[in-house]
Ligand binder design. Structure first.
Ligand SMILES: [Zn+2]
Length: 312
């Protein structure tokens, strides 16, 4: 028998502040890799109503607060190990949805995606030790929740979707073949079928961004223009020691998007000694790291919007 893989909830932030929460449309299944999604999640948005705004107008009124992100991280770790199909990941999903609601991000059907910010919230299954994934799973999900609060208070040029992915981790010990990235592959397939993928112009994926000695290298699989914007923003904000120009090659939830022709960048520090060990716990992650990534992504969004708008 296969464990259930739930794609889980995701959310759309719109210019007017509406949001899609498709969790209700995605029912748990016992034996299939992915749960079915509703094909009714699509409704047109009024794209033409988007008036160009200058940077001051679209600057966030709310700033990224790593204390809040830290609370989200601790909460997830408190649920314990969160592999796909476990009661703990159901609790995690409930928490994500509650927190989005607390930020005023409400459910709304939506066709136009624009840009996606994503994180996986499942943790890798280990039987030989207790793995709570403070960094690998909780850190990026915490930042995404806090980004939701920040972006909700901003007049976004594009529809921005927050995508909380399940099933990133391989079920088997090794990362091989199609035994990984279940949620992102399912998402891309669904968006291809319903036609919404065409409107998706950029994916910014966050994964493992909480470790104390955060060093994020440029992923060669990612789309150069998007990486340039994010790393350029990090440079402007003085975070060159975190966002390094060293190169690396990463396979992650951005790959299905890239294969489908969507520009994508992965913000990840894969080279940390606690990765997939019992030490991936609260003692080895820091709110400061969450703040750096939160600030860089927030500041990069206007640039990404400009680039996308110039291609219309
Ligand atoms: Zn992992």
């Amino acid at each position: 028998m296969r464990a259930a893989f739930l794609v889980g909830a995701f959310c759309v932030l719109t210019l007017t502040g509406g949001c899609t929460d498709t969790a209700k449309a995605i029912a748990p299944t016992a034996d299939s890799k992915v749960a079915p999604t509703s094909d009714s999640r699509i409704a047109p948005t009024n794209e033409s109503a988007v008036a160009p705004a200058n940077e001051a107008q679209i600057a966030p009124k709310v700033t990224f607060d790593s204390a809040k992100a830290w609370g989200h991280l601790q909460k997830q770790v408190g649920f314990g190990p969160r592999p796909s199909g476990t009661p703990a990941i159901v609790e995690t999903r409930k928490y994500i949805i509650e927190q989005l609601k607390a930020s005023g991000i409400e459910a709304k059907e939506q066709a136009f995606i624009g840009m996606v910010l994503a994180s996986h919230y499942d943790t890798k299954l280990f039987r030989e030790f207790r793995f709570v994934g403070a960094n690998d799973g909780a850190s990026s999900t915490a930042v995404l929740l806090e980004l939701g609060r920040v972006l909700k208070a901003r007049q976004n040029e594009l529809t921005i979707e927050l995508l909380f992915l399940d099933g990133e981790e391989a079920r088997m010990p090794e990362w091989r073949g199609t035994d990984n990235t279940y949620g992102s592959r399912h998402y891309v397939q669904t968006a291809q079928k319903d036609g919404s993928l065409k409107s998706l112009k950029a994916l910014v994926l966050l994964d493992m961004i909480g470790d104390r000695e955060l060093l994020i290298k440029r992923d060669s699989n990612s789309t150069p223009w998007l990486v340039d914007i994010i790393w350029g923003t990090a440079g402007r904000l003085g975070h060159t020691s975190t966002f390094s120009n060293q190169l690396t090659v990463i396979e992650d939830d951005h790959i299905p998007f890239l294969r489908a022709g969507v520009a994508a960048a992965d913000i990840i520090d894969l080279e940390n000694p606690t990765w997939h060990t019992p030490q991936d716990d609260l003692d080895h992650v820091s709110a400061k790291s969450l703040q750096v990534v939160g600030d860089v992504v927030t500041a990069a969004i206007p640039e990404i919007e400009k680039r996308i708008a110039s291609e219309r």
